[in-house]
Ligand binder design. Structure first.
Ligand code: HEM
Length: 405
């Protein structure tokens, strides 16, 4: 919690819609106590998740990296994509055994809710892609631990490729059959879990990361929960704030899909929020107070906005900057040095709510700027759906080193 004053946390949280029911003054550490109630397991949370990594996967990946197995695994699992694909040949036995154990839904997964979540994701995909891409994506650059680890890991050297891979996670999560045998999400989540375990071993060997990090091992369970809040909890709040119809059954299903996702990433069930109220409370404690700029985050934000600027969204970079400021807030925009474009700012602030009302059939008046926004949201959705270019699944590969410098 660097230089946190209560007022700053409050105003930032209010602006992001992430204050929830909690008093941010109660946030006591950036690593965060998530509280002992309101979690999926319903049990008292024992160990602080800041001190939990992934005991089941981390030692395995140390051995895979140190024994030179990773390039072979990357080749072998390239064709392993669908949830019901058999495990590929050519994996080391212990690695295959690990996947056999974890590549499955938890017992508490509710397939009816997951199917509803997938349908919700499809119905709401334009808003979701936009909020994940321009909201959560840019927010991740002001989450210092995430920004520093992403920047100094191997993937940080090619942000466009990395962004495409991260989109893969969102894309697979939002597919109609994501959790079904023919979907891909369980495999994508497991590959991500393994990548994170490799990063936990690699990054501490990076002199660059060590020079800027405030931790010895990255990507704790607490960090993953922080990232979940910057994605799921943030999007949940925005959809409500924007008055997009969001029936209770959709809200529950959307939460459930995220609970399963976080479980598959290795977070112990007792730390996974059970309700949106618990999630918002946790977000106010562990996300809002830690947001702050960093050299790495500013560079990443520029890369990410450059990526979206490459496709024709029908809008200028000034509009994009102002949209980010609108979706997040001016504090974040100022931290990232997003140049002001006051004409676009006025347009976004007045015409976006009117666009939503019309699009949702809540107002008969079509705003004059309808087509500007329509092209914008469609283009962003296409960026996700096509993963930027080819439309084929971007392979997730385990890194074997860090960013050189
Ligand atoms: C890799 C998603 C949390 C740091 C990945 C990948 C995905 C992903 C899909 C694989 C694609 C790639 O190689 O870039 C997620 C999700 C999270 C989460 C959904 C939580 C809900 C975190 C956190 C951190 C982090 C909390 C750090 C604080 C990284 C790093 C890589 C990575 C450094 C490797 C990049 C590389 O060098 O290839 N993550 N992540 N992630 N993630 Fe995460």
């Amino acid at each position: 919690m660097e230089n946190l004053s209560r007022r700053r946390a409050l105003s930032l949280g209010v602006a992001l819609g992430l204050v929830g029911v909690a008093n941010p003054a109660g946030a006591l550490s950036s690593t965060g106590s998530t509280g002992s109630t309101g979690s999926v397991a319903g049990a008292a949370a024992g160990t602080d998740p800041a001190w939990i990594w992934d005991d089941a996967t981390d030692p395995l990946m140390v051995s895979m990296l140190e024994n030179g197995h990773v390039p072979g695994i990357n080749t072998a699992w390239a064709s392993w994509v669908n949830n019901n694909d058999p495990l590929p040949a050519g994996l080391p036995d212990v690695f295959a055994a690990h996947l056999r154990q974890f590549n499955r839904l938890p017992a508490w997964a509710d397939r009816t809710k997951l199917a509803r979540a997938a349908d919700f994701n499809r119905r709401r995909d334009t808003y979701l892609f936009m909020l994940y891409g321009l909201g959560s994506g840019i927010m991740s650059t002001v989450i210092p631990r995430e920004a520093k680890s992403v920047y100094w890991s191997a993937g940080g050297a090619d942000m466009q490729d990395r962004a495409a891979k991260t989109f893969t996670f969102g894309y697979d999560l939002s597919q109609l059959r994501a959790f079904e045998p023919t979907g891909q999400f369980v495999v994508t989540a497991n590959k991500t879990r393994v990548v994170h375990a490799a990063v936990r071993h690699l990054l501490p060997q990076s002199p660059h990361w060590k020079a800027v990090a405030d931790e010895t091992i990255p990507i704790s369970a607490a960090d993953i929960l922080v990232t979940f809040h910057s994605l799921g909890t943030f999007v949940y709040r925005k959809l409500l704030d924007w008055k997009i119809p969001f029936p209770a059954a959709d809200q529950e299903a959307f939460l459930h899909s995220w609970q399963v996702a976080i479980h598959l990433l290795g977070v112990p069930d007792e730390h996974i929020p059970q309700t949106w109220a618990a999630a918002e409370k946790q977000a106010a404690q562990v996300l809002t107070p830690i947001l702050t700029p960093s050299t790495e985050g500013i560079a990443l934000a520029e890369d990410l906005l450059g990526l979206t600027a490459q496709i024709d969204l029908g809008v200028t970079r000034g509009f994009l900057n102002e949209f980010v400021r609108y979706v997040l807030n001016d504090q974040v925009g100022d931290w990232l040095g997003l140049k002001r474009d006051y004409a676009s700012a006025a347009l976004v602030r007045t015409a976006w709510p009117a666009f939503i009302l019309f699009r949702e059939g809540l107002s008969p008046v079509m705003p004059g700027t309808f087509y500007v926004f329509d092209q914008f949201v469609r283009a962003l959705a296409m960026l996700f759906l096509n993963k930027g270019s080819s439309g084929t699944t971007t392979p997730i590969t385990i890194p074997t080193g860090n960013r050189a410098g």
